[in-house]
Write a new protein. Structure first.
Length: 125
Protein backbone atom coordinates (compact mmCIF):
# COMPACT_ATOMS: atom_id res chain seq x y z
CA UNK A 1 0.00 0.00 0.00
CA UNK A 2 1.46 3.33 -1.08
CA UNK A 3 0.97 6.47 1.04
CA UNK A 4 1.76 10.03 -0.02
CA UNK A 5 4.51 12.02 1.71
CA UNK A 6 1.79 14.17 3.32
CA UNK A 7 0.12 11.09 4.83
CA UNK A 8 3.47 9.80 6.13
CA UNK A 9 4.39 13.20 7.59
CA UNK A 10 1.02 13.50 9.40
CA UNK A 11 1.29 9.92 10.64
CA UNK A 12 4.86 10.16 11.95
CA UNK A 13 4.57 13.77 13.23
CA UNK A 14 0.85 14.39 13.74
CA UNK A 15 -0.37 17.84 14.81
CA UNK A 16 -2.96 18.51 17.52
CA UNK A 17 -2.54 15.17 19.32
CA UNK A 18 -3.96 14.60 22.75
CA UNK A 19 -6.90 15.05 25.02
CA UNK A 20 -8.06 18.63 25.54
CA UNK A 21 -9.08 19.19 29.17
CA UNK A 22 -11.16 22.32 28.53
CA UNK A 23 -12.88 21.18 25.32
CA UNK A 24 -16.50 22.26 25.02
CA UNK A 25 -17.27 19.77 22.24
CA UNK A 26 -16.13 16.14 22.10
CA UNK A 27 -17.07 13.55 19.49
CA UNK A 28 -16.06 9.93 19.15
CA UNK A 29 -16.72 7.59 16.24
CA UNK A 30 -15.45 4.16 15.33
CA UNK A 31 -15.40 1.67 12.51
CA UNK A 32 -15.96 -1.86 13.84
CA UNK A 33 -14.77 -3.50 10.62
CA UNK A 34 -11.24 -2.04 10.85
CA UNK A 35 -11.05 -1.23 14.56
CA UNK A 36 -10.29 2.49 14.13
CA UNK A 37 -11.59 4.78 16.88
CA UNK A 38 -11.33 8.54 16.55
CA UNK A 39 -12.05 11.11 19.25
CA UNK A 40 -12.07 14.82 18.40
CA UNK A 41 -11.89 17.61 20.99
CA UNK A 42 -13.00 21.15 20.10
CA UNK A 43 -12.63 24.50 21.85
CA UNK A 44 -15.30 26.82 20.47
CA UNK A 45 -15.67 30.49 21.40
CA UNK A 46 -18.82 32.55 22.02
CA UNK A 47 -19.02 33.38 18.29
CA UNK A 48 -19.10 29.66 17.36
CA UNK A 49 -15.56 29.78 15.97
CA UNK A 50 -13.27 26.78 16.57
CA UNK A 51 -10.25 28.23 18.35
CA UNK A 52 -8.53 24.90 18.98
CA UNK A 53 -8.91 21.24 18.09
CA UNK A 54 -7.15 18.04 19.04
CA UNK A 55 -7.60 14.30 18.65
CA UNK A 56 -6.91 10.89 20.06
CA UNK A 57 -7.02 8.14 17.47
CA UNK A 58 -6.57 4.42 17.84
CA UNK A 59 -5.97 3.08 14.37
CA UNK A 60 -3.81 2.84 11.32
CA UNK A 61 -1.52 5.48 9.84
CA UNK A 62 -4.23 6.75 7.50
CA UNK A 63 -6.61 7.27 10.45
CA UNK A 64 -4.00 9.22 12.40
CA UNK A 65 -3.04 11.29 9.35
CA UNK A 66 -6.72 12.01 8.61
CA UNK A 67 -7.25 13.17 12.20
CA UNK A 68 -4.18 15.41 12.08
CA UNK A 69 -5.10 17.08 8.79
CA UNK A 70 -8.81 17.41 9.61
CA UNK A 71 -8.17 19.14 12.95
CA UNK A 72 -5.71 21.47 11.23
CA UNK A 73 -8.30 22.29 8.56
CA UNK A 74 -11.04 23.36 11.00
CA UNK A 75 -9.14 25.57 13.46
CA UNK A 76 -10.29 29.15 12.86
CA UNK A 77 -13.45 28.04 11.05
CA UNK A 78 -17.04 28.53 12.17
CA UNK A 79 -18.83 25.44 13.46
CA UNK A 80 -21.05 25.66 10.35
CA UNK A 81 -18.02 25.55 8.03
CA UNK A 82 -16.43 22.71 10.02
CA UNK A 83 -19.69 20.76 10.08
CA UNK A 84 -19.70 20.86 6.28
CA UNK A 85 -16.17 19.46 5.94
CA UNK A 86 -16.32 16.62 3.43
CA UNK A 87 -14.14 13.56 3.64
CA UNK A 88 -13.01 14.25 0.04
CA UNK A 89 -11.46 17.51 1.28
CA UNK A 90 -9.49 15.56 3.89
CA UNK A 91 -8.34 13.09 1.20
CA UNK A 92 -7.29 15.99 -1.06
CA UNK A 93 -5.36 17.65 1.79
CA UNK A 94 -3.52 14.36 2.31
CA UNK A 95 -2.63 14.16 -1.38
CA UNK A 96 -4.84 11.07 -1.73
CA UNK A 97 -5.47 7.84 0.15
CA UNK A 98 -5.57 4.24 -1.05
CA UNK A 99 -9.18 3.20 -1.80
CA UNK A 100 -9.28 0.79 1.15
CA UNK A 101 -8.32 3.66 3.50
CA UNK A 102 -10.90 6.26 2.37
CA UNK A 103 -13.07 5.29 5.37
CA UNK A 104 -10.46 6.94 7.61
CA UNK A 105 -11.25 10.35 6.10
CA UNK A 106 -14.96 9.63 6.59
CA UNK A 107 -14.32 8.94 10.29
CA UNK A 108 -12.52 12.29 10.64
CA UNK A 109 -15.46 14.21 9.17
CA UNK A 110 -17.95 12.23 11.27
CA UNK A 111 -15.97 12.77 14.49
CA UNK A 112 -15.91 16.54 13.86
CA UNK A 113 -19.68 16.52 13.27
CA UNK A 114 -20.18 14.52 16.50
CA UNK A 115 -18.05 17.02 18.46
CA UNK A 116 -20.06 19.95 17.06
CA UNK A 117 -23.30 18.19 17.98
CA UNK A 118 -21.94 17.66 21.52
CA UNK A 119 -21.05 21.38 21.72
CA UNK A 120 -24.56 22.39 20.63
CA UNK A 121 -26.13 20.07 23.24
CA UNK A 122 -23.88 21.45 25.98
CA UNK A 123 -24.58 25.04 24.91
CA UNK A 124 -28.34 24.57 25.40
CA UNK A 125 -27.88 23.48 29.04
Amino acid sequence: MEYTDIVMENFTCPKHVGEMEDANGVGQVGNPSCGDIMKIFLKIDENDIITDASFKTFGCGAAIASSSVATDMIIGKSIEEANNLKNEEVVDALGGLPTQKIHCSVLAAEAIQAAILDYKKNKKK
